[in-house]
Design a protein around this ligand. Structure first.
Ligand code: ZN
Length: 233
């Protein structure tokens, strides 16, 4: 029994590493997921996962509006149902809305029909709040397997990951988050952030400083589907 358990643990670790979205892996090469935008222009996309939050998301929207900067939000269906007015505002202010599943499950080992149901339920909530159907989607933790990717494709979603992880959830000060992002950003980068969580104020402060710093380096801020890599179209 103990031996069987010992054999299973490395296997689980391997499966986790293979499917975790933080690394480019065989699933991306085979299934053509989007980890970045086109690299031939100095464009960059800010993306925010796990919202909406009734307090922090409006504060973030204020910062984006003040800077006249578009962003892409990967939203959870259950949170959209609770706070549809925040999502209506996002759409009205020109941000792109993406699907981040209904309740943030780890998907690689889920049945593809249940993945489709989660995506469809989230689409329905976003459409009810905004009249729009998301074109892009991001699995929780970036976890994807070939069958997850196929479920996304059946619902006509572009599966979007990231190439710059801000690690804004780690509790570091805003300065460090900004420095980390600036150091790693290059043309076409998709930056992963989270404002709709405890400590999200740090993310909002980081965004306030990041937007002028990116623009000073010649970057144009875009939504994800505004500049997807053409070779992956
Ligand atoms: Zn998430």
């Amino acid at each position: 029994m103990v031996l069987a358990l010992l054999a299973v643990i490395p296997l689980l670790v391997l499966v986790y590493l293979l499917f975790y979205g933080g690394f480019s892996g065989p699933v991306d090469w085979l299934m053509r997921t989007q980890r970045h935008l086109r690299r031939d222009r100095k464009v960059v996309a800010l993306t925010f996962d796990d919202g909406p939050d009734p307090v922090r998301t409006p504060a973030l929207l204020d910062v984006l509006a003040e800077a006249n900067a578009p962003a892409t939000f990967f939203l959870l269906g259950d949170a959209v149902e609770m706070h549809p007015d925040v999502v209506t505002r996002m759409a009205a202010e020109g941000h792109e809305l993406g699907n981040h599943t209904y309740c943030h499950r780890y998907l690689p080992l889920a049945r593809s029909r249940s993945v489709e149901r989660e995506l469809a339920r989230t689409d329905a909530a976003i459409t009810q709040a905004t009249g729009q159907v998301p074109m892009v989607a991001r699995p929780p933790w970036g976890g994807r397997s070939p069958w997850t990717v196929r479920a996304f494709a059946r619902l006509a979603k572009r599966l979007v990951l990231w190439d710059v992880n801000s690690y804004d959830w780690k509790g570091k000060p805003a300065d460090e988050v900004v420095a980390r992002v600036l150091e790693r950003t290059r043309p076409g980068s998709i930056i992963l952030m989270h404002e709709a969580r405890e400590g999200g104020e740090v993310t909002i402060e980081a965004v306030r400083r990041l937007i002028p710093a990116l623009r000073a380096r010649g970057y144009q801020l875009v939504t994800v589907s505004g500049a997807l890599s053409p070779s992956r179209a």
